[in-house]
Design a protein around this ligand. Structure first.
Ligand code: ADP
Ligand code: MG
Length: 155
């Protein structure tokens, strides 16, 4: 398992980190062939999970605003530019009562499709349906504008 630790000092830096990170994730996906890329964002409220997702979406050519889908559980975005034909799925599991609610949204089908990039906030709510093969990112608030972000790639 590879692990990387980074400190960002502003929301902008966190969004930029997402932009850099994505090239690596998707480049690898082309050789992987087996299903969606899953990124789990762990960390407290306000630690930067949605901010990171916004940077990711921007880097992937998503048009329009990416907000926390707290009241929707899931939002799907079509990617643009060189990623056209791919989809970004943003799950926010904060308010769900059981993993079944996510499973019922087509979780398995979404994960089976190699054209999908899936980002999950509050993955602790759905541990029983998280596959082993994923990237875990842990967000920690160090100071008002500083976040420590640990990236762990599980194979
Ligand atoms: P979460 O989705 O984890 O609840 P958000 O991304 O919605 O968190 O909120 C993070 C808040 O912290 C935003 O208001 C953002 O502007 C602020 N912030 C300050 N510094 C940072 C940083 N280094 N990285 C990310 N967000 C930061
Ligand atoms: Mg959020």
């Amino acid at each position: 398992m590879k692990e990387l630790k980074i400190v960002t000092n502003s929301a902008k830096e966190t969004r930029e980190l997402a932009g850099k990170f994505i090239g690596e994730v998707l480049a690898e996906a082309r050789t992987a062939k087996d299903g969606a890329r899953l990124i789990c964002l762990w960390g407290d409220l306000g630690s930067g999970k949605t901010t990171f997702t916004q940077g990711l979406a921007e880097g992937l050519g998503v048009k329009g605003v990416v907000n926390s889908p707290t009241f929707l559980i899931m939002k799907k975005y079509l990617l643009g530019g060189k990623y056209a034909g791919m989809n970004l799925y943003h799950f926010d599991c904060y308010r769900i009562r059981s993993a079944e609610e996510v499973d019922d949204l087509g979780w398995r089908e979404i994960l089976a499709d190699g054209n999908n990039l899936v980002v999950v906030e509050w993955p602790e709510k759905i541990t029983e349906i998280l596959p082993e093969k994923r990237i875990d990112m842990e967000f920690e608030t160090m100071a008002p504008d500083a976040r420590r972000i640990a990236i762990k790639k599980r194979e």
